[in-house]
Design a binder for this molecule. Structure first.
Ligand SMILES: C[S@@+](CC[C@H](N)C(=O)[O-])C[C@H]1O[C@@H](n2cnc3c(N)ncnc32)[C@H](O)[C@@H]1O
Ligand SMILES: [Zn+2]
Length: 284
């Protein structure tokens, strides 16, 4: 890990800078974070998390099937929209080596797409799920195809995702509500279908604003598929969420609602549909 990269990080617990210490990073207060595996461990996933190994595998390989193998418009629309907004933001900032954070990166599909648009960028993928990060590391950083069979979903033949061989991707296991990054360094932050999964969506937006430099771009997509009554009250519709985004320090450049994101479920092509809000903004 380069000194430049360590300089971007900070202790998520006490906010102090980090230094290398054997196979770990440590702050002056002796908070120690392992970095000798495929991702830096700043936080741990809860035992009850639904984002376990089986879920991560299913998610990654149905992505490969729906998005890469079958080229089905049923499942591509969200990711193509995100790609177009990333291309716009990069063209506007005209910077050869942008720092791009993907909060809730999952198995890495938005990073895989964005890395084609910004090949010399520095990518930081953040997720809480160790299972998803392990797959993301194999897919994004590895060079070999990653294969699985999902007979329980009707796929007897192996599904394959090509390894991208990206050396400019660092993955961190961390909470989107307490990012392990210094203030005002990132040029672009992606948050693709994360917001309605976190405990405190407003705090996630404030953290996103904190780590973006002024003028940095936010590309946010989320179904408003909240998990708590209080969240349904706070963010009942697109307008309500947009004003929270603005109050957190962003100017909204464009937005559209009700983009149908279809999550592929099985070999027959069954899908689950989410009405998704898409927002592109700049840190004011
Ligand atoms: C619906 S998935 C979307 C994944 C990815 N953005 C994509 O589009 O493929 C939501 C992701 O957010 C992660 N996640 C949930 N809560 C989180 C938190 N507080 N901090 C970081 N990641 C979180 C989950 O582990 C999961 O990978
Ligand atoms: Zn610390």
């Amino acid at each position: 890990m380069s000194t430049q990269l360590i300089d971007l990080l900070r202790c998520p617990r006490c906010r102090l800078p980090l230094q290398r210490q054997d196979g770990a990073l440590a702050c002056e207060n002796k908070h120690i974070f392992r970095c000798d595996g495929p991702y830096i461990v700043f936080a741990h996933d809860s035992e009850q998390s639904k984002y376990n190994q089986a879920y991560a595998n299913r998610y990654a390989f149905l992505w490969a099937y729906g998005y890469e193998t079958s080229h089905s418009g049923l499942v591509e629309s969200l990711y193509r929209s995100v790609g177009a907004l990333v291309a716009d933001a990069l063209a506007e900032m005209r910077k050869g080596d942008p720092i791009i954070i993907d909060c809730g990166c999952g198995t890495g599909r938005s990073i895989a797409d964005a890395a084609m648009l910004a090949p010399s960028g520095q990518f930081l993928g953040v997720d809480l799920s160790s299972a998803k990060l392990e797959l993301a590391a194999k897919i994004l950083r590895g060079t070999k195809p990653v294969e699985a069979i999902l007979p329980d979903y009707g796929f007897g033949d192996p599904l394959s995702i090509s390894g991208r061989g990206l050396s400019n991707v660092i993955l961190v296991q961390a909470d989107a509500l307490q990012l392990p990054f210094q203030d005002s360094r990132a040029d672009l932050l992606l948050s693709v279908n994360l917001l309605d999964r976190v405990e405190d969506p407003t705090l996630a937006l404030r953290e996103a604003r904190r780590v973006l430099r002024s003028g940095g771009a936010l590309i946010l997509t989320t179904p408003l598929n909240w998990t708590k009554a209080s969240q349904w009250n706070m963010y009942p519709d697109a307008k309500a969420l947009i004003s929270v985004v603005e109050n957190c320090g962003f100017s909204v450049k464009t937005w559209f609602d009700q983009l149908l994101y279809r999550e592929i479920l099985d070999a027959r092509g069954s899908v689950e549909e989410f009405a998704t809000l898409v927002i592109s903004g700049r840190a004011s």
